[in-house]
Design a protein around this ligand. Sequence first.
Ligand SMILES: [Zn+2]
Length: 236
Amino acid sequence: MERNLNLLVNLQKFDSLILEKQGIIEEIPARISEKEGPLKKAQAVLDKLKQSYESIEKKRRDKERELDDINERIKKLKARTTEIKTNKEYQTLLREIETAEKECNAIEDEILNIMEDMDNSSKQGKLEESKLRSENDKLDAYREKLKAEVTEAEKELLALREERSKIVDAVDKELYILYMSLIESGNGMAVVQAKEEVCQGCNMNIPPQLFVEIQRNEEILQCPQCRRILFYRSDS
Ligand SMILES: [Zn+2]
């Protein structure tokens, strides 16, 4: 194979690998955010539970205040019994006390129910908290794994770029400029195989005479369609 063509084929090999490694690094944030879904879900459930717990707690405080008020009322009513003059007044007062005590019992029952709700909500909260912790741990482990992947890819990239620059130094300058412009226009592919009279870059047919010339691998020849540099490999 002609020296420059051989160098460009090699350069393409390195650039394809470099693109691949860069791709691995670039897609890491998306891979992480994909895994963040379950965590966000667990957090949302927990937030909702906390809100509902707080609102139940507020209800309990309100009811306890109500209870205090009624107890105060009952105390005052009971204190009035000493001032009672007639039996009728006494009966009325007793009825008032009875009503207040019933109210008091009802509120006490409500408070018991509320406490039960709080207990359930708190148990569920603990369950969700442990779920959240486990999701967090999983995500941390995943992040660590990806961080290791990035470190590895970066190490490989460094080595690849070093090798690449050696090839670049050896290629004729104007050919390298052509190569880079083809990398730009060709979606990262500047040098492709011509296989069975078809350009592997754009899949268009190569004129027979041109294909014969390409098969010799003796000069830099470009696809008439996509302009990519073509080479021939007999073993594939
Ligand atoms: Zn082509």
